[in-house]
Write a protein that binds this ligand. Structure first.
Ligand code: NAD
Length: 480
């Protein structure tokens, strides 16, 4: 498969105001998913590095919590401007280490800048409350930053995930130690560079890499850490919550999903198929809010499945840095095998393969856009989050039947409904167990709207004022 050379930068940690590279430390290779080639080595933090990061973060919090909100806002606004100025470089790096197509990486980078700008504004909108008691005690509700945040995020949005962890913590007056994914470290390094260049004081934010469980165990057992924020899989989220329980730590969990899509026969079918194919195979399906289980009204079921498969087959698979590519490789060598085994299991249980179902060519981590219809509920793919380019289609006859299927799993992150009926939209808004529901559209990530799930998909929204509130503790003050 054709490859293109593009920019990459050296992944670095940032501890106590110093850039820390691989020299003298353990590390691991960062791979280019489009070719399997080694791009760089990412340094691993040892215990001395983590201890240094914790002590720096403690000092950073003491200073930052009393820094004027105008200054917090200025730093974030200037860093957002730098992200925009450097967007081309950042997007190229993200594509190189994660695999997504360049236009998506560029869109992600611009969304990250907008997110940081929103948080700059929110820094100045942290309000308390006075409870008027005209003839007695005066009561006040006083929000304060929670303290040092230990944040961990996944590789699927190497730019936006990092900003979602750093910028609300900084806006709220917290300090933060972030461990981005070791598989996509250079994007995180570049975002940190924008904050440093915008004048963020040395100890407010730190970036470390390492053996994930060693880093999280070390940071979460420290009394300096007062909040855990995690984006990643449900099993790792449950594991981290158990560690956080030991110090009764405030937590935000942005975990996996298994997005149901309800398609009713009053939708614009051609438009719906086009929209959904684009969204399904965005980032090769490695999106927590990806649409995955497509429940289609029986009156349009066969037309939907055939149209969806036809569009999926036409997608051009390749290196994300090439302008002709519409879907890139999967992010790491684990994913193609994981998708392959889900597809084999579903087909063995009677699912009908409509498109794909095989790995792509070349040495990269490619898997073809895959569409299965008539997938039985017993198939593993109908229960486990595929996190890949796999669309699962099943029919329904009534709205109650569709809702029951949508709510069948322990996940509750994103759901999508395609129908022109306002009455149905009203009912489905209430009936579907999901933290986010989009009607006749796929967009659900906006800086000013809460982003997060219910059930095992997590709790404690990111974005919106809710994302700031998740970094604050509330005191009640009563003055006689
Ligand atoms: P994984 O659960 O092993 O890793 C996911 C992320 O969590 C990685 O970035 C990793 O560095 C981090 N991590 C893992 N163990 C950790 C620990 N003990 N402490 C701190 N951080 C830790 O999964 P994977 O194989 O990389 O990805 C596949 C699965 O991850 C998918 O099935 C999907 O459910 C999930 N995922 C979800 C999201 C999301 O946005 N919700 C993003 C990426 C991956």
């Amino acid at each position: 498969m054709a490859q293109r050379d593009s920019t990459y930068s050296t992944p670095m940690m940032y501890i106590e105001g110093e850039w820390v590279g691989a020299a003298g430390r353990d590390g691991e290779d960062v791979l280019d998913p489009a070719s399997g080639a080694v791009l760089a080595s990412v340094p691993h933090a040892g215990e001395a590095d983590l201890e240094r990061a914790l002590n720096a973060a403690e000092q950073g919090f003491a200073q930052w919590r009393i820094t004027a909100v105008e200054e917090r806002a200025r730093v974030l606004a200037d860093a957002a401007r730098l992200i925009r100025e450097r967007a081309e470089l950042i997007a190229e790096i993200a594509t190189r280490e994660q695999g997504k197509v360049l236009v998506e990486a560029m869109g992600e980078t611009m969304a990250a800048a907008a997110m940081m700008e929103f948080h700059a504004g929110e820094a100045a909108r942290i309000y308390g409350r006075v409870l008027p008691r005209p003839r007695g005690t005066r009561s006040m509700v006083l929000p304060q930053p929670v303290g040092t945040v230990a944040a961990f995020c996944a590789w699927n949005f190497p730019v936006l995930n990092v900003v979602r962890k750093l910028s609300p913590a900084i806006a709220s007056g917290c300090s933060v130690i972030l461990k981005p994914s070791e598989e996509t470290p250079a994007s995180a390094t570049e975002i940190m560079r924008c904050l440093v260049d915008a004048g963020l004081p040395a100890n407010v934010a730190q970036i470390v890499f390492g053996v994930p469980d060693k880093v999280s165990t070390y940071l979460l057992k420290s009394p300096i850490t007062r909040k855990l924020s995690f984006t990643g899989s449900v099993p790792v989220g449950k594991h981290l919550l158990k560690l956080a329980a030991d110090t009764v730590m405030r937590s935000t969990m942005e975990l996996g999903g298994h997005g149901p899509v309800l398609v009713f026969d009053d939708c614009d079918l051609d438009e719906t198929i086009k929209t959904l194919v684009g969204h399904k195979f965005r980032n090769a399906g490695q999106v927590c809010v990806a649409p995955t289980r497509f429940f289609v009204q029986d009156t349009i079921y066969e037309r939907f499945a055939a149209g969806f498969a036809q569009h999926a087959r036409a997608l051009n698979l390749g290196d994300g840095a090439l302008a002709s590519t519409q879907m890139g490789p999967l992010a790491n060598p684990r994913r193609p095998g994981a998708i392959e085994s889900l597809v084999e299991d579903a087909v063995a249980q009677g699912a009908v393969l409509m498109a794909g179902g095989s790995r792509g060519e070349g040495s990269g981590f490619f898997y073809n856009p895959t569409v299965l219809k008539d997938v039985p509920n017993s198939a593993r793919a109908m229960m486990e989050e595929p996190f890949g380019p796999l669309a699962l289609i099943r029919p329904f006859s009534t709205m109650d039947d569709a809702v029951e299927q949508a709510n069948r799993l322990p996940f509750g992150l994103a759901a999508y409904c395609f129908t022109e009926s306002a009455r149905r939209q009203n009912h489905l808004s209430e009936a579907i167990d999901a933290g986010m529901i989009a009607f006749n559209s796929i967009r659900m990530s906006w800086p000013d709207a809460p982003f997060g799930g219910m059930k095992e998909s997590g709790f404690g929204s990111e974005d919106g004022p809710e994302g700031i509130a998740a970094h604050m503790v509330t005191k009640s003050i009563h003055i006689a």
